[in-house]
Design a protein around this ligand. Structure first.
Ligand code: 4AD
Ligand code: MG
Length: 458
């Protein structure tokens, strides 16, 4: 169907005086005796194109065309609307492609996000989701460009895996048969299953990413990760998109530098490419968003040692719900205090106690901490988790033993430490979390097309 994108028509003077065809859905309709105005949106732009129908002229306005949600094909001349300095169309022909009856759910101008969540197939037609998904697309492209320009190789790691990378037991099981009482033991059941062993959906591509980095030097992944976390928060989904660079010959400070450079690059690119969307989010969802992002781009992130963070929290003039003590995992109230109240900017927390972090992290010389980092940002909390990896074969085995892990299934991972082991590290960025941060959307369910959360799948 030959037609022009509304995005093109809206502000390009080359179209003035030309007859063109556009397609789209009716967002608003005003129909009076002499003239009718239809606001048409085809998804290519946040802004609508005004279609003007002179009812005293030759153009027929089909009754079904002036209905909210109706799909139209419109031909007409592009003219400048002097009042708002955008282009509009004087229609000469209107075809209804798809009628839209009165029970169309988007009758009210503003609907609650909670209500829209109940109809993911309809909410994409609202301004909010038009903006969210365009920003998501622009940021995905920026991430690829960032790594490609720096010579990183894009790797696709498997989604079905036999090992639980984070060791936190949050894996969805993959099975074709399901357990039954007929099996005498778990081993017998798994042996009978598709792969002949217990398998699940990957929580992270890191372990395979490390394999790739040990041959290709610098790699990144960008794909889904799955977590069967039973937590119903604004920041967790069971299926999220994960960006995981892995770098050979790199230590913790190199990883931190890379993460900061990447975040600044993608935010800058978003601000350049999506000014309309940014303005929209600023007006509707987060006052001060533009200034916040400018501050991120123009200032250094903070780097704070976990041990110093604990001191800050102990001295804080705030009553926390969870106690603060060295060795305990930080709760989100603690993270928020540090990133929002103390620094009001992104903060890399580093050198966490080894007991609260994963087995693969590089053990520091103090014997108590590991070379890990989480990047915390105001409003969202953790958006990145990463570390330098333990490259010493003996130390890694010992860490696994201490955590009660079996080395079964990790032979290849251990081999990396046997054959030409090198210092290396990487991080994981939660794609939805950075979108939340950049749009001001407070709930992760509103930045992914189909959110999967505990007890909910649409
Ligand atoms: O901190 P995490 O668990 O780290 C890893 O998976 C490492 N293997 C990454 C690496 O070093 N290659 O997860 C990384 C990030 C988190 O900081 C968060 O942004 C996101 O992934 N994330 C989630 N996002 C949405 N919903 C969830 N349930 C998430 N779990 C983690
Ligand atoms: Mg983490």
């Amino acid at each position: 169907m030959k037609h022009t994108d509304i995005r093109e028509v809206l502000d390009k003077d080359v179209y003035l005086g030309k007859e063109i065809t556009v397609c789209g859905w009716v967002r608003t309709a005003r129909d009076s005796k002499n003239v009718a105005f239809l606001a048409l949106n085809d998804g290519t732009s946040l802004n609508h194109l005004q279609i003007v129908i002179d009812k005293n002229g030759d153009t027929a306005l089909p009754e079904e065309a002036a209905k909210l949600g109706a799909a139209l094909k419109v031909t007409g001349e592009v003219v400048k609307n002097e009042r708002n300095n955008t282009n509009e169309i004087n229609a000469s022909e209107i075809t209804v492609l798809g009628v839209c009856p009165g029970d169309y759910p988007l009758q009210k101008k503003f609907q609650k996000l909670e209500t829209l969540r109940e109809m993911p197939h309809i909410r994409v037609r609202t301004n909010t989701f038009n903006a969210v998904f365009r920003v998501r697309s622009v940021m995905a492209a920026a991430i690829h460009r960032f790594f490609q320009e720096k010579g990183y190789v894009y790797i696709n790691t498997p989604l079905i895996t036999g090992s639980d990378c984070e060791g936190a037991g949050e894996m969805f099981q993959v099975t074709t048969i399901g357990y039954s009482e007929d099996y005498k033991s778990e081993e017998e059941y798994y042996a009978d299953d598709f792969f002949g062993k217990k398998t699940g959906l990957s929580v992270s591509g890191q372990l395979e990413g490390e394999v790739a980095a040990m041959g290709l030097g610098k790699i990144y992944t960008f794909g889904p990760s799955f977590r069967a976390e039973n937590s119903n928060t604004q920041r967790h989904v069971a299926e999220f998109w994960h960006i995981e660079p892995e770098v050979a010959f790199a230590e913790l400070d190199d990883i931190i530098e890379l993460a900061e450079e990447m975040i600044k690059y993608i935010i800058k690119d978003y601000m350049e490419k999506c000014p309309e969307e940014l303005k929209f989010f600023e007006q509707r969802f987060e006052k001060g968003l533009t200034q916040k992002l400018l501050n991120v781009v123009n200032n250094d992130f903070e780097i704070v040692d976990y041990t110093d963070a604990i001191e800050l929290l102990k001295k804080a003039d705030v009553k926390f719900e969870f106690p603060v003590e060295w060795g305990a995992d930080l709760q989100s109230e603690h993270e928020r205090y540090i990133t929002e109240k103390v620094y009001n900017k992104p903060v890399f927390l580093i050198n966490y106690p080894k007991d609260i972090k994963s087995f693969y992290m590089k053990q520091n010389a103090d014997g108590k901490t590991v070379a890990a980092t989480d990047l915390l940002v105001p409003g969202v909390g953790e958006i990145i988790g990463g570390s330098e990896r333990e490259a010493d074969y003996g130390k890694l085995i010992k860490a696994m033993e201490e955590k009660g892990m079996s080395t079964d299934g990790y032979e290849a991972y251990l081999d990396l430490r046997k054959y030409g082991s090198v210092p290396h590290g990487g991080f994981g960025l939660g794609f939805e979390r950075i979108i939340m941060y950049c749009t001001g959307m407070a709930n992760i369910r509103d930045v992914i097309l189909y959110p999967r959360t505990v007890g909910s799948i649409k």
